[in-house]
Design a protein around this ligand. Structure first.
Ligand code: ADP
Ligand code: MG
Length: 566
């Protein structure tokens, strides 16, 4: 008897039995359209749904291997398959009883194209997809006929419509592959060109809304590079592409309110990730070692040397090992910068909209009124040059409100009704015409951050009886052990699967024991992912992990209130 017939018989016989009977489904079933592997069976119809893997052979997918030659191409195709499966599952799967009965779900990758575990494509065209299915119940009893319909009809139909070549236009598959390979190639080219970021002409930067990451459709002005900033990058598929290159150093984005400054910066911070064809930002790439930093009052800080920015707090509060349960706007922003550099950032992305005003600059009148010995803050404007000249850390920042930064800028981009203009020369003339009347408050250069050693036991992910409790509650909150970590300020880490991966990475590190310098801890996590893929982070197979950078793992670690550093 075929596996398919055996499974059908088993399910029908199970009908009416207690829900636990479903546990006998665990294992591998060779169905005609695919192999079904049941990894985990839910305890009851209301519990988290059962986890299954769908394995398709090259014959079953018929994906053309000619478009799958590189890893980067395969991730581009995988994202398309995952997106179509996830969305179709939401649209078509229907309730087949109590609780989650009948529900088929997969992580939706959204606009980003990342290595992830929901759908993986091999060079030969084989596909592994991971999803959850709610095994059908009437009350708390097995609904056998519904289970047959779910596993032997709904699921294969869904696979047929989403995970195989015939479900898609060949052009779409090929373009997802090529676009992703080009994006990786463009990002890889930046460093040698001395660039922090590249924004191809024709890119569409604005989004539908603050909560909808799809491109704005109406009245959109496509990006165009100013002539003086134009660079060309050779891509494996698109050929030579031109656009604006943002060079290393200090770059200002200025312009009137509502003229597109923050939109450009957001595209740059998002450019550390790839995007699919049609997103509008598929040729906006930023170096992976770029970190968005912002003020985030209320966050915890653990043993960070913020003294280059803030020193001599009232009552002798220590700033070389600054620790706080409830940092202020300026101390949180200072900590974010030092932490980012410690974790390996070579470029900072900053928007005045989310910065602490007193951290950024102070004018002459305030310098007169408040003597510097009573002002703990050395404003960023007096530090940003040294960050680049001494530490090699570039800054790209939006400043519409303060001309003080013109003195320290290498490049000034002015946004005017969504058009980017190179105003570097004009800014220099203005600086000569109207010398700044403020005093530079920095005396020594910014030192390299002192590497903190993390006590790995303080990353303990246990909660109550559970040895490892790591849950992304939504796209801004991670439950980690006994702690709840607020990630709302981490704009570059905004997907649930990425948050889960960052949490899983810390849980993995907690098992190593002893203490490790933060940089070494991040190296080891990167090595583990490079060797075994994202599955290295989890103890069980999960279809809900997406790639994170070392900088992202560090940002989550730095917001964990329990960490202890030496
Ligand atoms: P700023 O930071 O300069 O105040 P924003 O970047 O917030 O301005 O942009 C203001 C508004 O303009 C936003 O609603 C944004 O969606 C829209 N916008 C930005 N860039 C473009 C563009 N290229 N085409 C059309 N609308 C845009
Ligand atoms: Mg703005």
């Amino acid at each position: 008897m075929s596996d398919r017939a055996r499974l059908e018989t088993l399910l029908r016989e199970m009908g009416g039995q207690g829900y636990r009977a479903y546990r006998s489904l665990k294992g591998t079933w060779d169905l005609e359209a695919m192999t079904l592997v049941v990894d985990h069976v839910q305890a009851d119809p209301f519990a988290s749904a059962s986890r299954v893997r769908l394995l398709l052979t090259p014959d079953q997918t018929a994906l053309p291997t000619s478009i799958l030659a590189t890893e980067s191409r395969r991730w581009g195709v995988a994202a398309l398959l995952a997106r179509s499966f996830a969305r179709r599952a939401v649209r078509t799967s229907r309730s087949r009883g109590t609780g989650r009965s009948g529900e088929i779900r997969m992580s939706d990758p959204g606009q980003r194209v990342l290595p992830q575990t929901a759908v993986q494509v091999d060079a030969d065209g084989a596909v592994e997809a991971r999803c959850t299915v709610g095994l059908p119940a009437r009350g708390r009893r097995v609904a056998g006929d519904d289970a047959v319909a779910l596993l032997l009809r709904d699921l294969p139909t869904l696979v047929h419509r989403t995970l195989v070549a015939r479900a898609h236009e060949l052009d779409d598959l090929a373009s997802c592959a090529a676009t992703n390979e080009d994006a990786d190639a463009a990002r890889a080219a930046l460093e040698a060109l001395g660039l922090v970021a590249f924004v191809a002409s024709g890119s569409i930067l604005p989004r539908l809304s603050g909560v909808d990451d799809r491109p704005l459709e109406r009245g959109t002005v496509p990006f165009e590079s100013p002539d003086t900033m134009r660079v060309e990058i050779d891509l494996p598929n698109a050929g030579t592409v031109e656009g604006m290159g943002i060079t290393e150093g200090v770059t200002l984005i200025v312009g009137g309110g509502f003229h597109g400054k923050s939109t450009l910066l957001r595209a740059l911070q998002e450019g550390v990730w790839n995007h699919g064809p049609g997103d509008g930002r598929e040729r906006v790439v930023t170096r992976a070692d770029s970190q968005k930093v912002r003020a985030e009052d209320g966050r915890p800080v653990s043993g960070v040397d913020i003294s280059p920015f803030i020193d001599g707090l009232p009552q002798g509060h220590e700033t070389t090992h600054f620790t706080s349960e409830n940092a202020s706007g300026s101390t949180s922003q200072a900590a974010a910068i030092v932490e980012a550099i410690e974790a390996g950032a070579r470029a900072l992305l900053i928007d005045e909209d989310t910065s602490a005003t007193n951290f950024m600059t102070r004018d002459l009148r305030m310098q007169r009124l408040v003597p510097s010995r009573f002002e703990p803050i050395t404003p960023f404007v007096d530090r940003v040059r040294s960050l680049h000249d001494d530490l090699g850390v570039s800054t790209v920042m939006v400043v519409g409100g303060s001309g003080a930064f013109l003195d320290v800028a290498d490049t000034v981009i002015r946004m005017e009704t969504y058009h980017a203009l190179d105003d570097t020369e004009r800014a220099r003339e203005i600086v000569d015409d109207l010398p700044s009347r403020r005093e530079d408050e920095s005396s020594v250069s910014v030192p390299k951050p002192r590497p903190r050693r993390i006590r790995l036991a303080s990353l303990d992910p246990s909660s109550g009886k559970r040895p490892r409790y790591v849950r992304a509650l939504d796209d801004r909150t991670l439950r980690y052990g006994e702690s709840t970590i607020d990630l709302v300020a981490l704009e570059q880490l905004s997907s649930v699967d990425q948050i889960r991966a960052a949490g899983a990475a810390l849980a993995l590190a907690s098992t190593w024991g002893g203490t490790l310098a933060l940089g070494d801890l991040l190296d080891r996590i990167e090595d583990a992912i490079a060797a075994e893929g994202l599955d290295a982070l989890e103890t069980r197979t999960s279809g809900s992990l997406a790639a994170v950078r070392r900088l992202d793992v560090a940002t989550v670690l730095n917001r964990l209130r329990t960490i202890r550093v030496d």
